[in-house]
Design a protein around this ligand. Structure first.
Ligand code: LIP
Length: 294
């Protein structure tokens, strides 16, 4: 019997997942072909917040392909929002898209890049597809149906002790000295509690896939966007992991902050060490911290 998400979606979610996988693979080929060629690079919110013609090309491909199949569905895309579109989540079926997660890596030809496509229905994340284009690793997750990488079922780490944790994070593109200092202070605090190590790879979506596979115990970040974590949230949860707010409550997709881990104990220990770094919400809604629990 179709769940409320499926009813509102008017199409079987399996069809949505299949369509997202097909277009992610197609986009992956375009990104691989463009990885080592000359690129037209522009900046957005800061000198380190980059966009190329391939980001726009891939986003347009994904939106036009999914619109043909699902004409009533809505879209939140990184480059559409950068071009002025609203970033408001409604109950309508909404695809949340990051055409190239790891654009800075892409600009430099570094192969840590991914396509990220999530689907929210009734403000609930129902499915996620992340394609690590160069590794040719396809991560998928569907609420209540598990998470997979190239067909292999995923299980997040069951480690509960932070002193045995390998942790991923990102510094993002903010360069204000105060914020940068706070980002490094947070890393110092986690090293003080004897975490095995902290790594930065330049793609939040792939960081979260490493949490889902159990390669690492946790990921946290201040400053990422809803399109960096929407698809990954389904994949991490369906792998038995947890995604929550850095203040300890439920994940707020628009809040620009997240802690993800294999176990609630690990997520809790990390959250307790973190000093919050404030960013303007993706939906721009002032004081709406607790409005969008996911
Ligand atoms: C990137 C994120 C990363 C964040 C960067 C940027 P993009 O996404 O994956 O976590 O630190 O600032 O947002 O811009 O490459 O899609």
């Amino acid at each position: 019997m179709a769940g409320s998400g499926e009813r509102r979606c008017q199409q079987p979610l399996d069809d949505c997942l299949h369509a997202a996988v097909q277009v992610a693979l197609e986009a992956g080929q375009i990104i691989r072909d463009a990885l080592t060629i000359e690129k037209r690079v522009q900046t957005k919110s800061s000198a380190a917040d980059l966009v190329t013609e391939t980001d726009e090309l891939v986003e347009n491909l994904i939106i036009s392909t999914l619109t043909k199949k699902f004409p009533s569905h809505r879209f939140i895309g990184e480059e559409s929002v950068a071009a002025g579109e609203k970033c408001i989540l409604t109950d309508d079926p909404t695809w949340i898209i990051d055409p190239i997660d790891g654009t800075c890596n892409f600009v430099h030809g570094a192969p840590v890049v991914a396509v990220s496509i999530g689907l929210s229905v009734n403000k609930e994340l129902e499915l996620g597809v992340i394609y690590s284009c160069v590794e040719r690793k396809l991560y998928t997750g569907r609420k209540g149906h598990g998470a997979f990488c190239n067909g292999q079922k995923l299980q997040a780490s069951k480690q509960t002790d932070i002193s045995k944790a390998l942790i991923l994070t990102e510094l993002g593109s903010i360069r204000e000295p105060v914020a940068v200092k706070m980002l490094f202070n947070n890393m110092e605090r986690l090293l003080k509690v004897q975490a095995h190590g902290i790594r930065i790879i330049g793609s939040a979506a792939l960081d979260l896939c490493h949490v889902a596979t159990g390669d690492v115990e946790a990921f946290y970040q201040f400053g990422l966007h809803c399109w960096d974590m929407a698809a990954a949230a389904v994949i991490v949860r369906e792998a038995g992991g947890i995604m929550m707010d850095t203040a300890g409550g439920p994940l707020d997709l628009m809040s620009r902050r997240v802690v993800a881990a294999g176990t609630p104990e690990m997520a809790g220990q990390i959250a307790r060490e973190l000093q919050p770094v404030a960013y303007e919400r993706d939906d721009g809604i002032e004081g709406a911290e607790d409005s969008l629990p996911q």
